[in-house]
Design a protein around this ligand. Sequence first.
Ligand code: F1P
Length: 319
Amino acid sequence: KNELKEFFGNFVLNLEKTEIFSEIQKNLTDEVLFVGCGSSYNLALTISNYFERVLKIRTKAIPAGEVAFQKVPDLKEEGLAFLFSRTGNTTEVLLANDVLRKRNYRTVGITIEEESRLAKESDLPLVFPVREEAIVMTKSFSMILLSLMFLADKIAGNSTERFSELVGYSPEFFDISWKVIEKIDLKEHDHFVFLGMSEFFGVSLESALKCIEMSLTFSEAYSTLEYRHGPKALVKKGTLVFMQKVSGMDEQEKRLRKELESLGATVLEVGEGGDIPVSNDWRSAFLRTVPAQILGYQKAISRGISPDKPPHLEKTVVL
Ligand code: F1P
């Protein structure tokens, strides 16, 4: 919980001075691709939304497998593409890098492994100084998300003060999340639902994936109001819903919470005035996966499972 502060001071605040920053700025086109698999796809999706929001460009987030096997209907002949892979060796991402480079895309390879193929084969490698041994991606997700959102604001010429505030708040946010989740009887909850919009939808997808991977619990994610259109049929006592609050939706969120609680669900709201309070600014996305990381961890422990080594999964998926 304290690593984020150090990382922000040592790495993120210096990003602007690096060569990769000016290269990205120079190569920014009117449509930018964001590509990855699994957590790295969720990361790509969340960042893609934020780039669109602050830089007013069109973006597309695509699972790497669809680029790798050329299933994208309208891929352009050139452009800029961000490829995400924590290990830097996931087959689909490497194949996607080949496909895009052959088409004259400039590829930015985002990874934490300097010696990985993505770091070596992408045009503009951006290697993060983060160590993460577990199979499940947790802190590197938050750190890369924070960095690229920061980068987008810097390119747009926006103030980045809010990031400093959020990073300063992160240890407290971690503690509050831990305590709130600790109070829930997790043995009685076996169905987790994550609801969010836009950037917070990416956060919700990642939250569900974390809980599946770490605690082997049935978990789903939906765009907040979509949940009322069918999926809520599965709500029961034992359903735990995390709702990511967004600005201007208080009334709808309140009504949805009431409805889900009347169906037997336990509901926790993350955001301004919520059970786990945090700013509703989209920049808070990098913090908002933390409650699910804690939930996955606590649920795994309550089931006697190792949250670091889920069955059937490997750190790098090789096709
Ligand atoms: C992608 C990924 C992970 C996931 C699992 C399988 O890895 O989907 O997000 O947790 O371990 O691989 P990477 O390309 O980011 O290394």
